[in-house]
Design a protein around this ligand. Structure first.
Ligand SMILES: NC(=O)c1ccc[n+]([C@@H]2O[C@H](COP(=O)([O-])OP(=O)(O)OC[C@H]3O[C@@H](n4cnc5c(N)ncnc54)[C@H](O)[C@@H]3O)[C@@H](O)[C@H]2O)c1
Length: 152
């Protein structure tokens, strides 16, 4: 299953890890610029380095997780995603514009989800060709249970 994560900041990094830590998932970690997406993956890698140094994870396990995360732009990576989780800025216009663009890029059966903290899922999804899912993770997303899942 291929998961697109939009926004390689605090939450996007955690959500990318939450999926990539499981075999069978491939993650496209996307941001506005290629280098910002790469920077997000580098921060993820640094976090895992510390766990390897403490003996909590093997380097092989970390290499497998990192091998499942590809950083880049949604235009290049999201065409064949099965699920896209948006964790961009908490701004209704940013989220609406991002999903309107994704609606043209992603395959029709791809599920759209937003990690918004406070915005209306109905409003974010208004005008799209497909339904929206609210998928709210707590920080750190890879260590906390998914806190809320809502369907619109
Ligand atoms: N930080 C938390 O504890 C927390 C918890 C739950 C939910 N959230 C929600 O998650 C979302 C992200 O929060 P965060 O704390 O990770 O923010 P952040 O500022 O750390 O990261 C946001 C990232 O999104 C990128 N971005 C912005 N617009 C984009 C676009 N159009 N396309 C691609 N990338 C874009 C930014 O460059 C940045 O890297 C927000 O909606 C926030 O409300 C945050």
């Amino acid at each position: 299953m291929k998961v697109g994560v939009i926004g390689a900041g605090t939450m996007g990094q955690g959500i990318a890890k939450a999926f990539a830590q499981n075999e069978g998932y491939e993650v496209a970690l996307c941001d506005i610029k290629q280098e910002w997406a790469e920077g997000g993956k580098e921060k993820i890698a640094k976090g895992y380095d510390r766990l390897v140094q403490k003996g909590k994870l093997t380097q092989d396990a970390v290499d497998a997780i990192l091998g499942r995360i590809t950083p880049g732009l949604k235009e290049d990576l999201c065409k064949d995603c099965d699920l896209i989780v948006e964790a961009a800025f908490e701004d209704i216009n940013v989220k609406k514009t991002t999903f309107a663009e994704l609606d043209k890029i992603a395959k029709p059966e791809c599920i759209f989800a937003s990690n918004t903290s406070s915005l209306s899922i109905t409003e974010i999804g208004n005008g799209l060709t497909r339904p929206m899912v609210g998928m709210h993770f707590f920080n750190p997303a890879d260590r906390m249970s998914l806190s809320r899942l809502s369907l619109v």
